[in-house]
Design a protein around this ligand. Structure first.
Ligand SMILES: [Zn+2]
Length: 270
């Protein structure tokens, strides 16, 4: 599933390409056809992301809420448009480019009140300048739940996914099963600040890189990572491979249905 930096990159792209001018909105597949006809020819006011949610704002009660889920994608090309291929839920045509949305988990027209309710359910998003990490700490500090599970709970922190949570815990030497309430506020603030830095870098580059410069393949001489997710990481999807710091095989376990990766030496229990 895409992590928050992907949604923020899409929001920036859509803002640049489509906002401020009338756009054509269509639903070749038909499942968004009624909504598309309401929006067609209107000016897209702005595109913004909150965690893993993307909003296209056409007016106070004309907000398209998109959640890509596991399979959703946007594909963009310069004009001219081409006939739709596959199940295109929403097509957006701007002055210079067009983009097709396929396979989203959600693509719905919402009112402002509905959007407010959606955002109220989300924890702070490290990529939003208005985010308040104390809101997340209020939840974490009262919880016996493992910090690794809390970091993926979108009502605690919005936007971090499986890669960022594994990597940020490694970078701070925190065992993933540490109960939230045992983390301590100072360590939470360090984790948060690191998430902000890492995810901003992800928005800038479009990939998730979490290794320090001294652990980069170009410096250490190891092979660059071969993984469709891209980016250089310490533990994510490296189960059984040696830790880049200490050589211990990276551990893997399932937690709340998601795979968890950590180094048993660098991230000791307690
Ligand atoms: Zn290690």
């Amino acid at each position: 599933m895409p992590e928050g930096h992907t949604l923020h990159r899409l929001a920036l792209l859509h803002q640049r390409r489509y906002a401020g001018a009338p756009v054509a909105v269509l639903s070749p597949q038909g499942r968004f056809a009624t909504e598309a006809s309401t929006l067609d020819g209107r000016v897209l006011e702005r595109a913004e992301a909150h965690g893993k949610h993307l909003l296209h704002v056409y007016g106070p009660d004309l907000v398209v809420h998109i959640h890509l889920g596991l399979y959703g994608t946007f594909r963009e090309q310069p004009l001219p448009v081409e006939p739709p291929r596959g199940q295109v839920r929403m097509r957006l045509v701007g002055p210079t480019h067009w983009t097709d949305l396929r396979g989203p988990n959600a693509c719905r027209l919402r009112t402002e009140a509905e959007i407010d309710a959606l955002l109220a359910r989300l924890g702070p998003d490290p990529l939003r300048p208005d985010a308040d990490p104390e809101r997340a700490w209020a939840r974490i500090s009262r919880s016996r739940t493992a910090i690794a599970a809390l970091l993926l709970d979108q009502s605690v922190v919005a936007g971090a996914g499986n890669v960022y949570r594994a990597e940020v815990l490694f970078r701070h030497g925190i065992h993933p099963l540490l109960p939230g309430r045992d983390l301590g506020r100072a360590r939470w603030r360090e984790l948060w600040a690191d998430l902000v830095d890492l995810m901003r870098e992800g928005v800038r580059t479009g990939r998730i890189d979490t290794v320090l410069p001294e652990h980069d393949p170009a410096v250490t001489g190891r092979q660059p990572r071969q993984d469709p997710h891209g980016g250089e990481v310490y533990v994510y999807r490296r189960a059984g491979m040696p830790c880049l710091l200490c050589g211990t095989p990276v551990a893997m376990a399932e937690l709340v249905g998601r795979k968890l990766y950590w180094c048993p030496t660098c991230q000791p229990e307690a």
